[in-house]
Design a protein around this ligand. Structure first.
Ligand code: RUQ
Ligand code: CUA
Length: 638
């Protein structure tokens, strides 16, 4: 019951906007000018960093610039997005499958030697157990993997290893496995299981496939991160609900003072699978950690921990305890020693529990509701405080004797954030070489800080300069619902293409000249190959009849930047957008007669409005004579 009272108090504090960091009282005149300059990107100038932030249940990823915080583009991932024609052409429709939404939480940039290599961005889908890969050559989604077998609630991901060998994921929910098996939730402890998954990434293509899985007790795995340096080959997750409650979790999963975090040796897991120590479930090799020692360890962390973040040196692993006013710092060297010396305080289902006192370096009293921690690579940590609504800067170990005695001395600074900060991101924090400089606080409530837009409110993001001793709140922007984590990438660390080179277009239906374009029929299969060029389609007439299966492939033959064309088909729910050099295809069955205009949906020239044509769908037996006989070309090119 105590937990309920605490949580209600927290809810009340949040509702009232109370915060031990105090309310922002307004920005002094001198600071206004300096802050404005710090985030000002003059017309014609460019931002220095990309901010890739997850769009939560909007299913998308958004790209903003830093320091301006301007929204620059939207990368559709798990939901259709007519703006770029995503989810309307065959290829993207196939990637989406039966789903039209996802819940994107944690983007991860690909790394080589623990540095961003500018190749891919991976994001997880908490809702439908998927991982997607965005290619940074074109900022588009190229693969959606999943639903991942034996995995429900893919929240504890996507965490990438130092050389992008794996995306590591842990389940938020537990269910009877394999999926499809039914058991009574009252038998939760016995029948339900969680899972840690290793998603293998092809080093050349980025193509993902499920590598192996580790069966876990039915705890709710939460956030995690991967090791580097001394902790290379390891990964870490917090959990809540070590109580293994299956109802009223708000109360029943907050009973224990400490929850068990997972310490996973993913190289050992990979090796165990190679040695045949796994058994198959739903096509995936599953490791039972009770039978394969050395793959999984637990360590108790207080209380209802959330984030678990490895610092750039790989030596310190910091967990935030939502319901305790401190972060817990694990010393990975001590973790290693405890494993080697078997300094255990017990075991759970055959998995050793490391002795808390043997592995903890200290608990830093940062304040109320610590969630996630980020690093600047200069020995400082930054923790988001959900309840206190602020960012706290503190000093990583090694600590002086005086600090060790009183770790409040390790707390260096705090800056109010508005309101209820969830994640924060410091540029490059999860690499061995952070850029530092900027931090973005992603706040859960905007609480009227913007002009009134009615009851459905945006979230707020705030830009904080972390380059000096004291943090400085610089700017604020409002974001689509709802950002969770983000990644910051230096603009000079990636080289996207601005067009698709003609030579790289391998689409068999691509057409580059008038002579190749046209409409062909084979039985009731009608294929239209269209060229789009400023500002016309060729051909601009497609004849078919009711009952035909129509395939339309449109190639944008332009090879200049920004010369984008669309293809919107009236009353058929089709809108494709072709970037320069790109071919897109849709396939529909024609079921109503009529003349249906199609037109360019993307403003491309002064005569964009003139870029249009007709799909003529004749009634059976009507229309030009070659319609019903089959074969030959119909439709006119000029
Ligand atoms: S969780 S507010 Cu989905 Cu990343 Cu921590
Ligand atoms: Cu092409 Cu508008």
């Amino acid at each position: 019951m105590k937990a309920t009272i605490t949580l209600n108090a927290i809810a009340l504090a949040v509702a009232l906007g109370l915060s031990s960091c105090g309310k922002q009282t307004g920005t002094a005149q001198a600071d206004r000018a300096a802050n404005a300059l710090a985030s000002y990107v003059a017309p014609g100038e460019k931002d220095e960093y990309y901010l890739f932030y997850s769009g939560g249940h909007s299913g998308q990823v958004y790209v903003a610039g830093i320091p301006s915080l301007r929204h620059i583009s939207t990368i559709p991932v798990f939901a259709p997005y007519p703006g770029t024609g995503y989810g309307f052409d065959e290829e993207s429709k196939k990637m989406l499958g039966d789903f039209t939404w996802g819940d994107v939480h944690h983007p991860a940039l690909s790394q080589t030697n623990s540095k961003y290599d500018g190749r891919w961005l991976f994001v997880n889908d908490n809702a439908n157990n998927r991982i997607a890969r965005i290619d940074l050559r074109d900022f588009k989604t190229h693969q959606i993997l999943g639903p991942i077998p034996n995995s429900i609630g893919n929240h504890g991901s996507s965490f990438i290893t130092e050389n992008s060998e794996y995306i590591l994921c842990a389940t938020r929910f537990s269910v009877p496995l394999p999926k499809g098996r039914v058991a009574d939730p009252n038998d939760y402890e016995k029948e339900f299981n969680g899972m840690v998954s290793g998603i293998k990434v092809d080093p050349q293509t980025g193509e993902m496939k499920v590598g192996w899985q580790i069966l876990t007790p039915p705890f709710d795995w939460d956030l995690g991160s991967t090791g580097k340096g001394p902790s290379s080959g390891w990964a870490f997750w917090t959990s809540y609900n070590t109580e293994m409650a299956h109802d009223t979790l708000e109360v029943n999963s907050t009973q224990k003072d400490r929850d068990l975090c997972a310490i996973v040796n993913w190289r050992a897991a990979e090796k165990a699978v190679a040695e045949g120590k796994a058994s198959m479930m739903d096509g995936v090799p599953i490791i039972d950690p009770a039978k394969v020692p050395g793959v999984l360890y637990f360590v108790p962390i207080g209380k209802s921990p959330h984030g678990m973040d490895v610092d750039p040196s790989g030596k310190w692993v910091v967990a935030g305890g939502k319901l305790q006013p401190a972060t817990t710092v694990l010393n990975f060297e001590k973790v290693q020693a405890a494993i080697n010396n078997k300094t255990f305080e017990g075991e759970f289902r055959g998995v050793p529990i490391l002795k808390y006192e043997a592995v903890v370096e200290g608990e830093v009293p940062v304040g109320l509701g610590p969630l996630h921690t980020q690093y600047d690579g200069k020995g400082n940590a930054y923790t988001s405080m959900f309840i206190d609504s602020c960012i706290v800067k503190w000093k990583l170990p090694p600590w002086t004797d005086a600090e060790k005695k009183d770790l409040t001395k390790a707390v260096l600074d705090r800056v109010p954030a508005h309101f209820s900060t969830g994640h924060l991101v410091v540029a490059g924090s999860d690499t061995a070489h952070p850029y530092g400089k900027w931090c973005v606080a992603m706040n859960k409530l905007s609480a009227g800080r913007h002009i009134n837009v009615g009851p459905s409110q945006p979230e707020s993001s705030q830009l904080i300069d972390v380059s000096g001793d004291k943090m400085k709140m610089i700017a604020e922007a409002y974001t689509e619902p709802e950002p969770h984590f983000a990644q910051i990438l230096k603009v000079t660390d990636v080289q996207p293409n601005e067009i698709y080179p003609k030579g790289e277009n391998k689409d068999p239906n691509a057409v580059w000249e008038k002579a190749q374009s046209g409409v062909t029929r084979n039985g009731n299969q009608v294929t239209a190959r269209l060229m789009a060029i400023r500002s016309r389609y060729n051909p601009d007439r497609i004849d078919a009849q009711v009952g035909d299966e129509l395939t339309v492939a449109v190639t944008n033959v332009e090879q200049t930047r920004d010369m984008i064309h669309g293809f919107g088909l009236i009353e058929h729910n089709i809108n494709m957008v072709m970037d320069p050099g790109e071919t897109k295809t849709f396939h529909i069955k024609l079921n109503k007669p009529g003349v249906f205009p199609f037109y360019c949906t993307n403003f491309c020239s002064a005569l964009h409005q003139e870029m249009q044509g007709y799909l003529v769908v004749w009634k059976p037996g009507e229309g030009p004579s070659n319609l019903s006989t089959g074969g030959g070309a119909t439709g006119g090119g000029k």
